[in-house]
Design a protein around this ligand. Sequence first.
Ligand SMILES: Cc1cc2nc3c(=O)[nH]c(=O)nc-3n(C[C@H](O)[C@H](O)[C@H](O)COP(=O)(O)OP(=O)(O)OC[C@H]3O[C@@H](n4cnc5c(N)ncnc54)[C@H](O)[C@@H]3O)c2cc1C
Length: 540
Amino acid sequence: MTRPQLEAEVVIVGAGPAGLACALHLARLLAARQLPADNIFLLEKARALGAHQLSGAVMDPRGLAELEPEFATDAALGAVPVSEDALLLMAAGRAARSPITPPPLHNHGNSIVALSRLAQWLGAKVEAAGVNIFTAVAGRELLFEGAHLTGLRTDDKGIGRDGQPKSNFEPGTDIRAPIVVLAEGPRGSLTRELTSHLGLRGENPQVYSLGVKEIWELPAGRFPTGRVLHTLGWPLAPHLYGGGWIYGLDHNQVSIGLMTGLESIDPATDPHDLFQQFKTHPWMRRLLAGGEMLKFGAKTTPMGGWHAIPPTAGDGWLVIGDAAGFVNSQRLKGIHLAIKSGMLAAESIFGTITGEGRLQDYPDRIAASWIREELWPVRNFHQGFAGGLVPGLMHAGLQMLTGGRGLHARYQAQPGHERMLPIAQLGPAPPRTAADNVLTFDKVTDVFHSGTRHEEDQPNHLLIADTDICNGRCVREFGNPCQFFCPAQVYEMVCGDDGAPRLHLNPSNCVHCKTCDIMDPYQIITWVPPEGGGGPNYTG
Ligand SMILES: Cc1cc2nc3c(=O)[nH]c(=O)nc-3n(C[C@H](O)[C@H](O)[C@H](O)COP(=O)(O)OP(=O)(O)OC[C@H]3O[C@@H](n4cnc5c(N)ncnc54)[C@H](O)[C@@H]3O)c2cc1C
């Protein structure tokens, strides 16, 4: 097949805070030397900027203040300053406000933002700076010459479920570029291709949490705008990493959510169900009574910290933001780090273009920046919780006293899926929360509230290497955890003609959280982008 060919100077994949910051900073650096930015391409698989952006989100302003100092006063962004913060300790049926808010959860000086709005706001500036933004275009495949990355191929449009071209078929474009920046967010599909092609890894494997979130409108005056609460404990079992949040937005709305570590020993762990349970706590029930759920979303976030960051620069490529793992898991914050890493990448690219530096300067810039200053002291934080909440808190305390070291220079980590125990070693799965469609919702109803839409007649984008494993071995060994960990009911076990359980897929429900790619115990599921433009339509 003949594919359209394009040439670019720089291609950035992903228009989240990292990719947008990289594009904007680079365009401005070039403009200061009277160099054009129209040969920078920014690709985003969502149908509109911001539509695949999901976050809490309480933003540390440090990154954005360097990129766009006037952000705090720009009504178009609508950033709300945090007015108070607290930690709520939860047990079944009880909740108590912690007498102290641990320093990592202090949020004074931070702002509550809607990440999708931030992406649109930054996107307008990126476009004005002359960068070419292509929405509804997914980077589908990397183009290598040996170990040298030479560009990428975008997704084909108009291929039917049967793999045959339809009347609207348009082949993907081969974009050749000397510099490709991967800003795909957590568990990027091209990032995974790059790391596996080049055999790249961090010192520790990356581990993830899944955040399940709803936006509610509450009766007026119920929860103040600017209040930030984090919760610890119930409904998460003591062996499970995670916690909840309640952030007071404008217009009597709140962002509520639960982060669940994707490293549970129990294959029946269902982060969506845990979030529904969370809302049935008497404290949450009182908060949400008389309110209305408006929006839903779910997305993963990397938690492995400094030791899990793979090489971030090489021959023709850079990796920035969540795709590299720049997240402070202790503070649950990554937006400012994504922005800063994008800016530092832009400086290295600028140096390469002008002949004053090289792409490979980027890791050194990271190491000399406040990204390392912030992440190094928490390098062992998440790993300290491998034995559960209580040992985790003890490790965290010790690490704070020893500049992040704790008991070991580097705490080891294990990929989350490897921690899963066979069902034979566990008791029966706990009962699930019944959806009442007022306080609690099933996955399909929640997916509806994420605005998710895909072209139905397209090839399945969840590539399963061997469904016999799903329908046989996995039934016996792990009880098909995909039906539990997926927050969008993409994976279902149905009764086959022979009465045996059969995997049934609903790919059009997919909210692009990537949990299946991360958590499948046999690592036989590969998430690839569906036809560009499909997916959720996040607005908050
Ligand atoms: C539930 C949740 C709550 C969070 N809360 C907070 C918080 O309160 N404060 C905070 O600071 N951080 C928070 N974070 C983390 C923060 O959202 C991330 O660190 C930040 O968004 C990372 O930015 P990024 O640009 O690297 O990636 P992303 O924001 O994930 O953006 C990546 C973009 O790339 C696009 N993309 C991916 N693959 C392709 C492809 N192949 N082709 C084209 N486009 C592609 C995606 O559609 C997406 O738009 C939270 C994260 C989650 C999941």
